[in-house]
Design a protein around this ligand. Structure first.
Ligand code: IMP
Ligand code: MG
Length: 181
């Protein structure tokens, strides 16, 4: 009944997440001082991370959202990204920071980054809370990364399994029985 019962173990506590988000925010505030970056949160998973991150920044920023999915090929060139919801902002000449919950194969981000560069963004950096480095197939890496994690299915803090668990305040490993039943 309670979502907590489906969690095998807590991987990252609220406190650990908050400390790391604050670290990242400090670095970004420093590096983008004097600029007005455009933050594009990739829906839906990154909405929790993005809202905490933006509130920890002390520079002016513009917030926007995109919903995309890749076609799964890491080697193909730019443009191979299916856009379900596009950015409202014109990215031309902008310094863009893509905010993502987790980088897995990296296919989605690879395609999205290329698309934004093609549209004339001045720079595109990637900020991801979680990084499953061992799963990477696309040639992409996070410029700002919260935590490297093992290849386990995690939920919470925005991340879902079948749309559930996004509202857990921490990140946990899901019980196998949940997705094997
Ligand atoms: P990729 O990097 O293009 O393979 O896809 C990354 C996306 O897969 C993320 O934005 C998540 O939506 C999803 N994803 C990958 N691993 C996990 C996980 O452990 N839990 C929840 N979602 C995941
Ligand atoms: Mg996602």
């Amino acid at each position: 009944m309670y979502i907590e019962n489906d969690v095998e173990r807590v991987l990252l506590t609220e406190r650990q997440i908050k400390e790391r988000v604050d670290d990242i925010a400090r670095r970004i505030s420093e590096q983008y001082k004097g600029s007005y970056p455009l933050f594009i949160a990739v829906l839906k998973g990154s909405f929790v991370f993005c809202s905490d991150l933006l509130r920890a920044l002390d520079i002016p920023v513009q917030a926007d959202f995109m919903s995309v999915s890749s076609y799964g090929e890491s080697s193909v060139s730019s443009g191979r990204v299916k856009i379900m919801k596009d950015s409202d902002a014109d990215v031309k000449g902008r310094d863009v920071v893509i905010v993502e919950d987790i980088i897995d194969t990296g296919n989605t981000l690879y395609a999205l980054k290329n698309l934004l560069l093609q549209r004339g963004a001045n720079s595109v950096k990637i900020c991801a809370l979680l990084d499953k480095v061992s799963r990477r197939t696309a040639d992409i890496s996070a410029d700002y990364a919260g935590f490297e994690i093992e290849d386990e299915f995690v939920v919470g803090y925005g991340l879902d399994y079948a749309e559930r668990y996004r509202n857990l305040p921490y990140i946990g490993v899901l019980k196998r029985s949940v997705y094997e039943k």
